[in-house]
Each structure stands twice: as structure tokens, then as C-alpha cells.
Design a binder for this molecule. Sequence first.
Ligand code: MF3
Ligand code: CO
Ligand code: CO
Length: 272
Amino acid sequence: MTDVLDAEHRTGQIRIHDAAGFEGMRVAGKLAAECLDLLTPHVVPGAVTEKLDDMAREFILDHGAIPACLFYRGYGKTTCISPNHIVCHGIPGERVLREGDIVNIDVTVIVDGWHGDTSRMYGVGEIAPRAKRLIDVTYESIQRGLDQVKPGNRTGDIGYAIQQYVESMRCSVVRDFCGHGLGKVFHDAPNILHFGQKGTGEVLQPGMFFTIEPMVNLGKHSVKLLSDGWTAVTRDKSLSAQCEHSIGVTETGYEIFTGSPAGLFKPPVQGA
Ligand code: MF3
Ligand code: CO
Ligand code: CO
């Protein structure tokens, strides 16, 4: 997702894509989703996050695609892997996943120039009821956002719907990162804030492509950046969850480009 401070410097016009763009995004989105499908059985106690990243990179390269994050602004990995109180941009490394962790894995691939960007929550072994509840709230929140996507609605309608729902569930929405336009560009206009006011922001039009990727915390919304310059964590160390789809606005609503062919966008969790 995009850093809101960086995003404010984005002046570009919102691009409107044609049928060929939709076809390009379908192919890229599907490969990104298949990459997360592939990882699902491997997100288990004892898994080393760097090994999961290696699997993702090999899968993407084997399919003739490009890992978009590798070398992006100096980032050195294919995926972002963000357990527990890491909000986003966790860097895969020697960390070993443990029973009870919840973890977001975010991957972006480039196929024929088109970007497919998606993330999901995985439960490691058996997870606690409050962790399960946070994940459920996060998935319901993206759906509330998607329900607002149709021509004539505004980007603020998406953020408003997400925030209203999340706060009604006594959770909070992260303010410091947002969804983003994408296509042949990774992070493009418009910004998709996951909070805000109805009737504000850009008017949605058929052919716009963007992500919705709410980050939801069990505690307060504040985040801080660790000294590695990437890892964002909740200030109060509360658990954080996220999920992300890349979508296109159609004449009547939206098309999800990153749906899971295996039906694993919301992976099953044990316990709780
Ligand atoms: N995939 C992230 C997003 O949703 C971007 C990660 S950029 C990286 O936009 F450099 F941290 F990988
Ligand atoms: Co994104
Ligand atoms: Co992403």
C-alpha cells in the first residue's frame, strides 16, 4: 500500500482503461492470487518467513512474471510478511512463525506490464478467538468497501463504509497507509483511504483500476515505523490485520482481478 504522505505528492490524473487493460489485469491478478494460494499450506508453525518469500519469488519467475516489490524503492524481497502487531511491510527474514500467530502476506506481480497486487490473512496453527474476530472484521470491511464501488459513487464512500463498520466492531482503521490506483504503474492515482466522509473524493468511473487494502487494528489506529525504514507496527502493540484486492470499476459495479482460483482469499483458520 501507499504511504499517505508520499501519496499526497501524487499529481497524476486517474487513468481510464479499456478492455485490453481489463484483460491484462485479469492475467496479472490471477497469478498474484495463485501465488498466495500456493503459500497457504506452508504457513504453519515452524515456517521461516524468508522461505515463504523464496517460494513466492520462484513461483513468479517460473511463470515468466516479475516480482514488483523486489528492488522497488530499495525493498529487497518479493513479498511483505507481517505477523501479529506488524501492520504492513514486514520484511521476510529469519523469523519463525509460531502457533497462534496471525500473518498477512502481500504480493505484487507484473505480467506484460500489468500489476496484480493482493494480500490475505493466514492463521498459524490454532489462533485465539480475538485474533479470529479481527480477521473476520477485516474481511467484512473490504466487502463493505467493495459494495460502494460503482460509477457515480466517490472514493470517500469506500472509506466511510469501511471506517463505519470497523469502528462499530470496536476496532480501528489505520490512517497512515492507503489503497492506490494501479495498472501499468504500481502506485498511481487515486488514493483510496480506508476512512473518511461520504460524498467526498474522486468520482468513480468505469475503467478505473485500484486496490482496496484496509489495515484494521484491535487497539488504537496509531502506527510507528521501525528503524529498518519499512516495518510499520501498531504503537500500542495490538494485533493488526489486512487484506487486499486489485479491482476495476465496471459499468455496473466492479470486477475483482485477484480472486483466488482455489477459493482461498480468506484461508480457513483453526481454533477460535
Ligand atoms: N504490496 C504493497 C501494496 O499493497 C506494496 C509493498 S511495497 C514494498 O501496495 F516495497 F514494501 F514491497
Ligand atoms: Co497495494
Ligand atoms: Co499489496
